[in-house]
Ligand binder design. Structure first.
Ligand code: COA
Length: 259
């Protein structure tokens, strides 16, 4: 069904692998369109509870937007490219009510770093390298990198990475808070899956509420505290909140239905 993605769903966890290893999984037009469809599938398929995005091969997660597609672009083409990518993929991942995490297996540069940052959180293999090298091409990030890098690692560190185009290794990314865990390359997917299995055992609507409220911090059109109050209140009307409280009182494991 996809020419540039491999999709595997197991235990309600969908693993999306970007599969252009000969081009270090660079994000060309097809990858962006296919990622958009795959994220729609994650959100809409009731058999899927959460997802992992990773890259094919041992070298790269994603080495950026496909630079070979830049040659023909002018100002309006550049804006359209950024807008389409943000709408189809990056914003959709960020606002997905189901958790989507990045398992970063090597270079995460430019659009690759931006893709990882649009995910709800990131796990890195010890060979991961992060950077926004667009300045080397006379450009800036266009898939939300200037915004999410500041959100995740703070303005000073983000400014330095953006303006120098320097890469940081996995240990530095961990120290900066860009990634939550660094593991060996062999352990990367196992670690990502074990965290998602734990999240999948929780009430799905509560998990979705966490994502929505935490995202509201960075949405100027919303008052995050009001979003939290509203979601907190609405969850009391769910069967899962009743099941959670009943299970606690009855000293048993909750059996959540997602309703
Ligand atoms: N777009 C298109 N093709 C890319 C790419 C990108 N962002 N990144 C890597 N590739 C391709 C290379 O052109 C090469 O293809 P070829 O074998 O047909 O020549 C292949 O992937 C392997 O890359 P190569 O540069 O030979 O590997 P390397 O180990 O020497 O260097 C990097 C790895 C990641 C340091 C280097 O590929 C690089 O700097 N990539 C661009 C990163 C970037 O600027 N990203 C932001 C884009 S906005």
């Amino acid at each position: 069904m996809y020419s540039c993605l491999l999709i595997q769903t197991e235990n309600n966890i969908c693993t999306i692998t970007i599969n252009r290893p000969d081009k270090l999984n660079a994000l060309n037009k097809t990858v962006i369109e296919e990622l958009g469809s795959a994220i729609d599938e994650v959100i809409n398929n009731t058999d899927i509870r959460s997802a992992i995005i990773t890259g094919s091969g041992a070298k790269a997660f994603v080495a950026g937007a496909d630079i070979s597609e830049f040659a023909s672009l002018d100002a309006s083409g550049g804006k359209a490219l950024a807008q389409k990518g943000q709408d189809l993929v990056f914003s959709k991942i960020e606002t997905s009510p189901k958790p989507i995490i990045a398992a970063v297996n090597g270079f995460a540069l430019g659009g690759g770093c931006e893709l990882a940052m649009s995910c709800h959180f990131r796990i890195a293999a010890d060979n991961a390298k992060f950077g926004q090298p667009e300045v080397n091409l006379g450009l800036i990030p266009g898939y939300g990198g200037t915004q999410r890098l500041v959100q995740l690692i703070g303005k000073g560190r983000a400014m330095e990475l953006l303006m120098t185009g320097n890469m940081i290794d996995a240990t530095t990314a961990l120290q900066y808070g860009l990634v939550n865990h660094v593991v060996s390359q062999e352990e990367l997917l196992t670690k990502a899956k074990s965290i998602l299995e734990l999240i999948n055992s929780k009430a799905p609507l509560a998990v979705a509420g966490c994502i929505k409220a935490a995202n509201a911090v960075f949405d100027e059109s919303k008052n995050g505290y009001a979003v939290e109050i509203n979601s907190f209140g609405e969850l009391f009307d769910t069967a899962d909140a009743k099941e959670g409280a009943a299970a606690f009182v009855e000293k048993r494991k909750a059996n959540f239905s997602g309703k």
